[in-house]
Write a protein that binds this ligand. Structure first.
Ligand SMILES: Cc1cc2nc3c(=O)[nH]c(=O)nc-3n(C[C@H](O)[C@H](O)[C@H](O)COP(=O)(O)OP(=O)(O)OC[C@H]3O[C@@H](n4cnc5c(N)ncnc54)[C@H](O)[C@@H]3O)c2cc1C
Length: 374
């Protein structure tokens, strides 16, 4: 491990992918620096799911029991009609039923808090900063930061999300890799229960879906709609995005007006297109991408956190196996992770195009007619 011990790695982004990568590379003996655009690790956002293999990884990270202590779960999903009558439902778990060990849903701030706690003394954080330029030389990569600082690293890992700056600087513009899935969504987390705790409700008209998800005295209010064409909007302009949702859903039945009022008053409105990032390779030279930056599957996968955590472990395992030789390790990272990413992206695409937002009255009726208990 002598050679790895001397290596410096820079990670861009302090969210799920960035912190997981920081955890593994710190444990492998790298000197880890994390640069984050925000003033602290990003905790806002919807709950995240950890499934199957990802649960084994968080066990290896020693955080499983702490994550499990905060787990959420949905007991029932109800399909509503315009008069708020429940037409069908899916019963997922009953009161008091033991939850499976290989699935954890957890609020993002809880997850981030637990992993930051384990890292804060071992990793250097640079907040309110960002990479602005990368230049590779024979034996290092020179990084220029927004605050004017220049530093040399052995390795740079881009974990800066779907609109990754590392991807743009090093691999090319977002348009080369982003694939629009013909739909948009917004999510607003309201600090009160709009429906019974531990339940979800869905209301649909052709091409539009509204979902409520209630947990821990909060409710996620999610609007989705189909759009064959991309809508031009500025992803930093929240007011413009809010207007798109208000206009799209104006005049709809069920509880739509009440929910649009919540959107109007909310301070944590999030809007984006359903979109996937597809790249022929997630590595080039001394730079690698992990998480949404390299292989976002869209929230329709319910697997974004799992992809980030699995990706971070796959990269660290490959670097450890080849004792820090980036050529060999990156080749293995690309090869080993690819089938999993392809599989998750294909499922997410199917979910957006067929399951989440039914396009016809018939499809909605058929979906609502089901009453299932697991
Ligand atoms: C509305 C919504 C609902 C979701 N629901 C689920 C779900 O139910 N289950 C699930 O598993 N996943 C879900 N996801 C997906 C999941 O949250 C992401 O896939 C996951 O967080 C990806 O992690 P990441 O670290 O790659 O990216 P992100 O979480 O996007 O983090 C990127 C980080 O990089 C930082 N950053 C950005 N630009 C720069 C820069 N220039 N310099 C430095 N830092 C920068 C950001 O501030 C942020 O901290 C959802 C996502 C959204 C948006």
């Amino acid at each position: 491990m002598e050679s790895v011990n001397k290596k410096n790695v820079l990670i861009s982004g302090a969210s799920i992918a960035g912190l997981s990568t920081a955890y593994w590379l710190n444990r492998s003996g790298y000197n880890v620096t994390v640069v984050e655009l925000a003033k602290e690790p990003r905790t806002a956002g919807a709950a995240v799911d950890l499934r199957g293999m990802t649960v084994d990884i968080v066990k290896r990270m020693g955080i499983y029991e702490r994550l499990k202590a905060h787990r959420l779960h949905v007991e029932k999903i109800e399909f509503k009609n315009a008069d708020d009558v429940t037409e069908g439902s899916i019963l997922l778990t009953s009161e008091g039923e033991e939850l499976p060990d290989d699935y954890i849903e957890i609020e993002r701030d809880k997850f981030i808090g637990i992993i930051v706690d384990d890292l804060k003394d071992d990793v250097d954080f640079m907040f309110n900063n960002s990479i602005t330029a990368l230049t590779e030389t024979n034996d290092a990569i020179q990084v220029t930061f927004k605050n004017g600082l220049e530093r040399l690293f052995d390795l740079v890992v881009g974990c800066d999300g779907i609109h990754s700056v590392v991807r743009r600087i090093w691999f090319g513009p977002e348009t080369e890799y982003a694939h629009f899935l013909d739909a948009y969504f917004s999510i607003t987390i309201v600090n009160k229960l709009l429906i019974k705790q531990k339940t979800m409700q869905m209301y649909n008209v052709p091409g539009k879906a509204i979902t409520l998800n209630a947990y821990n005295n909060k409710t996620d209010v999610i609007f989705c709609f189909v759009s064959e064409k991309e809508i031009p909007y500025d992803y930093r302009n929240v007011e413009q995005q809010r207007k798109i949702i208000l206009e799209k859903f104006a005049g709809q039945n069920w509880r739509t007006q009440e929910l649009l009022d919540e959107v109007l008053q909310s301070t944590n409105f999030y809007f984006d297109e359903f979109c996937q990032i597809k790249m022929p390779s997630w590595t080039k030279g001394r730079v690698a991408l992990v998480g949404d930056a390299g292989y976002c599957a869209s929230p329709a996968a319910g697997m974004g956190a799992s992809l980030s955590i699995n990706g971070a472990a796959a990269l660290a395992d490959a670097l450890e196996k080849y004792n820090g030789d980036t050529d060999l390790a990156f080749e293995e990272y690309n090869k080993n992770l690819r089938p999993f990413i392809d599989d998750v992206q294909a499922t997410a695409e199917l979910n957006v195009r067929q399951n989440f937002i039914p396009r016809t009255e018939d499809a909605i009726r058929q979906r609502n007619a089901q009453t299932v208990a697991f």
